[in-house]
Design a binder for this molecule. Sequence first.
Ligand SMILES: Cc1ncc(COP(=O)(O)O)c(C=O)c1O
Length: 244
Amino acid sequence: MIPSPTFSLYSTISKVYSGVPLLVSLNKDFSLPVEKIVSEAKNSKIVMICNPNNPTGVLYPEDEIKAILDTGVLVVLDEAYSEFSGHSNLNLLNHYDNLIVMKTLSKAFGLAGFRTGYCVASETLINSMSKVILPYNLNLISMKIMELAIENNNFMKDSVNKIKENRKYLYGAMQQLNGIDPLASSANFILFETENPKKIYESLLKKGILIRYFEGKNYLRTTVGTYEECVRLIDALKEIINVC
Ligand SMILES: Cc1ncc(COP(=O)(O)O)c(C=O)c1O
């Protein structure tokens, strides 16, 4: 079961492994439809939750995650963006053995090129996963880099703090723009609603700015970059909105 919209690969990968993705729509304000998830949990093998969610940036409250875990269904929490929210649900592993928390070094650590991450779960679940995982599935350099990055995480903390500052600026500046309705974000991107997503996306591209377009949706997602990049985006949006 996949509360959607979310990271599209959950659905794709589950199909690759002969799963049948059951997409459950998020509420209008992009919060979790907890009652629906709880009532359908018995029909699912895994509930896949991205927290904070991509592409909305919404951080789901711990009580809601607990309510889903209390059903006993296996919950996989993807915390790819948790560092930007200042909150992790790792502590829930002390109380639930039906939980898997996934972490990546691709986002806050800026190490996407090393293709490295890890998951944390009960010994029973890890033993089960070890039966089907490929031996030597991570290379030595990536493992070493991961160890070093986690041990020396001051660089990560500094860059997360800068991104949080820039996110604040970008969100505030977007709120001032006519026809742009940004959603408060706990991640390193901001989703915004607009009536002209395609026009805005294409006009930004012509100015050398690439943001995320979602076919058929009335919203766009931009990554929070450096302060200079955020200012450039706001200036470009101002110009585009004036001619829209
Ligand atoms: C929610 C989410 N999980 C995982 C990933 C990818 O992580 P990795 O680079 O470790 O495969 C992404 C990347 O876009 C993502 O948005």
